[in-house]
Design a protein around this ligand. Structure first.
Ligand code: MEV
Length: 326
């Protein structure tokens, strides 16, 4: 086999945040709009030639990263997408993002890996190019996703997404105060997407009407965000959850979390991402600390997310990519 001369003593680094879908998941697969934003947790990747780092090659900790496809295959796919040499590279992954919760861990890994590889090979990439390459990796994880996850994660901003179109970056008049609550069951995106596909085949009229209503809610939510009108946004999010529930995408656990969030003081709560498990996103314009404390006392994991990100602390966005000399 021909040996490829790789740049030695170089470490390419890439970072990407997770994402939370505020409204519109599933309907977005069928061409309806959705709104999403980046999380203040993410995944960092380092790539280096194995010769350089002999002995220090680390497999990512199993519990901490999506593991459905092997890293070797991911690197091969990303290298082909970037048209750079397919070679045996070492990879280190560190993650603060809970995997399999519908919070974009596979998209964050894909974007961070594309960025790290591009930095290693000194290839300049725009966020749009990064997103397009990461989509190829996302297809290895999820079949044929809408592209909302890689788009949100690569651009790392609040946006409105319609499949096949460039995203529209949104402005929120007031800081958007959210709380993410993790369920104990992993999300089941593929199964839920398939369930809805079958449902649409059997009952196209009802399913399309549900998606169309979600589209209307996304439009109203876009306006509410622009105006900083949290009352209207809360109504949209709560109805969106009810529709997803009626479509069979929620679970008893997610419904309990949604119901408790509202009881604890959230103005709205809904499942986020693929459903069938995963996490809930709550809108908490008042007493977010109290809602968070209540969930924590009950044994749930949760943390606050703001858009725009707060200055300082957890919300600071790390550099997206870079190159170090080992
Ligand atoms: C997954 O984060 C969002 C879904 O709408 C699937 C997709 O958009 O491909 C459920």
């Amino acid at each position: 086999m021909k040996r490829i001369a790789l740049p030695q003593n170089r470490i390419g680094t890439g970072h990407a945040p997770g994402k939370v879908i505020l409204l519109g998941e599933h309907a977005v697969v069928y061409g309806w709009p959705a709104i999403a934003l980046p999380l203040n947790r993410g995944i960092s990747v380092e790539v280096f030639s194995r010769e350089t780092a002999s002995g220090s090659y680390l497999d990512p900790p199993r519990s901490n990263t999506p593991q459905r496809i092997g890293l070797e295959e991911l690197i091969r796919t990303a290298s082909r997408a970037l048209r750079c040499p397919v070679a045996r590279l070492g990879v280190r992954i560190s993650s603060t993002l809970p995997p399999a919760m519908g919070l974009g861990s596979s998209a964050a890994l894909s974007v961070a890996l594309v960025r790290a590889l591009a930095a290693y090979h000194r290839l300049p990439l725009s966020d749009t190019e990064t997103s397009n390459h990461a989509y190829v990796l996302e297809c290895r994880f999820h079949g044929r996703p809408s592209g909302i996850d890689n788009t949100t994660v690569a651009h790392a901003t609040l946006l409105r997404f319609v499949r096949g179109s460039a995203p529209t970056f949104l402005h929120s008049r007031q800081p958007l105060p959210l709380l993410i609550v993790l369920g104990k069951q992993p999300r089941a995106t593929r199964t839920m997407v398939e369930t809805l596909r079958q449902r649409q085949a059997h009952d196209p009229r009802t399913t399309e009407a549900a998606f169309a209503r979600i589209g209307t809610l996304v439009d109203a939510a876009t306006h509410a965000l622009h105006e900083g009108d949290w009352n209207s946004l809360a109504l949209c999010m709560n109805e969106n959850h009810s529709i997803l529930r009626a479509l069979g995408v929620s679970t008893p656990e997610l419904d309990v979390l949604v119901e408790r969030a509202r009881r604890h003081g959230a103005w709205a709560a809904k499942l986020t991402g693929g459903g069938g498990g995963g996490a809930v996103v709550c809108l908490c314009p008042e007493e977010r600390d109290r809602v968070q404390r209540r969930f924590t006392e009950e044994g749930w994991t949760c943390w606050p997310v703001d858009w725009p990100p707060r200055q300082g602390g957890l919300h600071e966005r790390p550099a997206t990519h870079g190159l170090r000399i080992a």
